[in-house]
Design a protein around this ligand. Structure first.
Ligand code: MBD
Ligand code: FE
Length: 306
């Protein structure tokens, strides 16, 4: 079949046969996606058995709640970031901390505090290094932004996230910190370990067929927002991890690589109120002022809440 025949066929299938509530945007998107699918079936001579295999895959992935993970693993989420960067550039927006993907593991409703939060529940104290994260939130001139909302979430020493891993306490390693009067935030937590896709899951099954691993480097997620500034979705990825530049979700970016510095000096340890050597990461965040011509950076998607 040629494209004209395919387009004609798809159009026919999308003629309104009912009168109410047509959504022209959905119509436009579905017509295009269906035509592109037909084209791919034709080009690749996809068999009926293969087509059903694909539909069954989506059924299984949806039932396993792994479609968000799949979107990360297929690079869809990263692709949308690259498009958002392009849209910013077109609108003349430059600078600020780079964005990178949210991933599928955010949970709304984490405990809030001002200036400082301890994020871990102490259960990993003897098993993993303490990590101290500190930084400021500023505008792109370097002016400090007090009262900015810094939402932080990360994995434990096994690469697992609370809520999704029911063996952890609710909101373990998830906090919302409002920057203090000096625009500063400090988080005391534990060193995260990189995430790996569930080995028996639907995402890993597909990655296996593609000859790909399903691992992420050690990283910490952020949402940062303040009135008058675009909401920033980002992460830092930690230097030294074998997957730093081999992330199955393509989230590591220049400007988002953090170095964990070993702090062993007794006076420094005492100054932070700690009782053992720890690692420290400085992660400063620059927000961009909202502009009329700027595309919104707020992404609406279904998220867990606890
Ligand atoms: C993660 O922790 C993550 O950040 C992404 C993008 C995908 C799966 C797990
Ligand atoms: Fe993550």
């Amino acid at each position: 079949m040629n494209r004209q025949e395919i387009d004609a066929l798809v159009k026919q299938m999308n003629i309104d046969t009912a009168t109410a509530n047509v959504n022209p945007r959905i119509q436009q998107i579905v017509v295009r996606l269906v035509a592109d699918l037909f084209q791919a079936i034709d080009d690749l001579d996809i068999s009926q058995t293969e087509l059903w295999k694909g539909l069954e895959y989506f059924t299984d992935a949806g039932q396993a709640n792994e479609l968000g993970l799949l979107a990360a693993g297929l690079g869809l989420e990263h692709f949308l970031d690259l498009r958002a960067d392009e849209a910013d550039a077109k609108a003349g927006i430059t600078g600020g901390t780079p964005r990178t993907i949210e991933g599928p593991l955010y949970v709304a409703g984490a405990p809030e505090s001002i200036g400082f939060a301890r994020m871990d529940d102490g259960s990993e104290d003897d098993l993993i290094d303490t990590l101290l994260i500190e930084g400021t939130v500023t505008d792109h001139h370097g002016n400090l932004i007090p009262n900015a909302k810094v939402e932080i979430w990360h994995a434990n020493r096994l690469g697992s996230y609370s809520f999704f891993d029911k063996s952890q306490a609710d909101f373990n390693l998830r906090r919302t910190i409002l920057t203090d009067a000096n625009g500063k935030y400090v988080a005391q937590t534990t060193m995260p370990v990189g995430y790996g896709c569930p080995p028996q899951g639907t995402t890993q099954a597909l990655l296996n067929h593609l000859g790909r691993h399903g691992n992420r480097p050690s990283h910490v997620h952020y949402f940062v927002s303040a009135p008058g500034y675009g909401k920033l979705t980002t992460q830092f990825n930690i230097e030294g991890d074998q997957y730093l530049w081999d992330d199955f979700a393509f989230a590591t970016r220049e400007g988002l690589v953090a170095t964990a510095v070993d702090i062993t000096d007794e006076a420094e340890i005492a100054r932070y109120g700690l009782n053992k050597a720890f690692k420290k990461i400085e992660f400063n965040i620059q927000l961009i002022q909202t502009q009329d011509q700027a595309p919104s950076t707020e992404v609406i998607r279904r998220r867990a809440s606890a």
